[in-house]
Design a protein around this ligand. Structure first.
Ligand code: DC
Length: 224
């Protein structure tokens, strides 16, 4: 199983790694792991089951038996479809908080490695290259400036009709939220967000999604 190829794509919140990783997987005909969704599902389950977000032992126990299923864009928790709930900022923040707990991270390791199946896996997250798939064939650190990431997220909200009109205060809040989350994800002691020493950095501040996908495929195909 360790010989099945993996492309690991790590990066900060709203760097576009989800969209890019999904397209790389589709182009190669490989499986896709959204590891952030697993942390988000654990956070949502904790809230639903009334487990405190700092109760490390109870969270780790829960994570071992978490009943989750991915089916294209749909995500299921204990038989309920939860994709909208899981994507909310509130759950993102709760996920970032529980992601600081070593026992929870350890409990989620095997769940993530189970996605490594033939013919290959594209996995995105914060510690794909450093911890979960240290022997990944190709390692990418995808980033963009905080302002560009906030602009992308803000545009998404407008496009989804979740904002009635342009609103500077909301933009400022999104930017602050991204900066806070970056700080928390980078400062934690276990598996912090950082570029693995053997990863290639790809800054997408000035790249379109297609350009980012093509660069990653080119880096991957260049690997022996
Ligand atoms: O990528 P995302 O925004 O869906 O991730 C939500 C949170 O989960 C993120 O703030 C930190 C945590 N996370 C993590 O610690 N390790 C990962 N591999 C993926 C996500």
């Amino acid at each position: 199983m360790n010989t099945i190829p993996v492309i690991a794509i790590d990066g900060p919140s709203a760097s576009g790694k989800g969209t890019v990783a999904q397209r790389v997987a589709a182009q190669l005909g490989w499986h896709y792991l959204d590891s952030g969704a697993i942390y988000r599902l654990a956070a949502l389950a904790a809230i639903k089951f009334g487990i405190a977000l700092d109760n490390e032992a109870a969270l780790a126990r829960m994570a071992l038996t978490l009943d989750i299923r991915f089916d294209g864009d749909r995500i299921w928790l204990a038989g309920q479809s939860v994709e909208d709930e899981v994507r909310s900022e509130a759950i993102g923040n709760a996920a970032s908080a529980i992601a600081t707990l070593p026992a929870l991270r350890a409990a989620l390791l095997a769940r993530q490695r189970d996605f490594r199946k033939e013919p290959g896996l594209v996995a995105d997250g914060r510690d794909m290259a450093s911890v979960v798939f240290p022997n990944a064939h190709t390692k990418i650190f995808l980033t963009a400036s905080a302002t560009v990431r906030a602009e992308r997220r803000y545009k998404q909200l407008l496009e989804k009709g979740l904002l009635e009109q342009a609103d500077n205060a909301i933009f400022d809040r999104i930017l602050q939220d991204i900066r806070d989350r970056d700080a928390r994800d980078s400062a934690r002691t276990v598996a912090p967000l950082q570029q693995a020493t053997d990863a290639t950095m790809l800054d997408t501040t000035e790249l379109s999604i297609d350009e980012a996908v093509n660069r990653i495929l080119a880096i991957h195909h260049r690997n022996p």
